[in-house]
Design a binder for this molecule. Sequence first.
Ligand code: SF4
Length: 351
Amino acid sequence: MKNLDTAALHQWFKETSRPFPWRENTTPYRVWISEVMLQQTRASVVIPYFERWMQLFPDLHGLASASLEEVIKAWEGLGYYGRARHLHEGARQIVSQYKGIIPSNREQLEKTKGLGPYMVNAILSFAFHQRAAAVDGNVTRVLARHFLVEDDIARHATKKNIQALADEVLDVKKPWITAEALIELGATLCQSKPLCSFCPLKSTCIASNQNRAEEFPVKSKETQVTILNRSVAVIEENSSLLLRKGIPGKIMADLYEFPYFEGLDHPLPHHIQTLWGLQTTFVCSLPSVRHSFTRYQAHLFPIHLRTNERKMIKDFEWVHFDKIDQLPFSAGHRRVLDHFLQRIDPQMMLF
Ligand code: SF4
């Protein structure tokens, strides 16, 4: 039996756990939504998204009956939009297969769209109080330090080992508390610079007792980030803008973006005239924007162009200003839009 002081961990969690909306009125649906959001960003950032989501889609039926566009719009700003799409598909699957009741059975959960091992364990543990350890980056860091796991955590075998450790240390009577407390510990005291002197596991933590906590977890080198320089055309025609909706299956699926071109050597009015036969005039440059997604960092260099022709262009549509706020945008292009709207004549916003 692995030696980890679960009693001290539970006591610490009881006394210090942070009050989050998803920790009140816990239901399988609320656990599911909050855990997917928490995979995206820090808990403090998730709170307003979670609360707004619960107003828009208070239960699984509400989510399943919403349109994909409404769901993507509610997710806007959280990134990795595939997760929002999977949530929507998963909700529809549960409505059609299980009458809208989220199953408490591992096998059925594993067959649900968008539920990977972490999410399945989180739902079983936090919502149904079953014996299941949800292992995320926080738990990995805590256990790698506590048990001095010296193997690269990117390796499949190491992940399996960490999962086995997490399963083994769960309390016999209240395993869901151990599971959630390990996540909380990793998110608060056991961050990259650990605060070991306040930690309930200090007496049994091997890395801390060897003064080596910051050496763990052992990670292979990060994937290199690729920089993309893009020229972005914000083309306006009589209070409408030219936009393209991302193609399903691609990175920015279902998100709206302005026309853009790879590289910075495009004199845009000339390029657009050659490509689409659309005559535009230069109005002004807009502030550049940086936007990271997967292993890319896009540097967007937008300019505002004006045209008198409402020409139909394949894969693009003209969207009036009064409809634009209802559309989901990719994060970078949303900021370009915000800069554009701040700069245009306020009279033009009186539709
Ligand atoms: S003692 Fe330090 S390194 Fe060990 S689990 Fe606690 S905070 Fe992390």
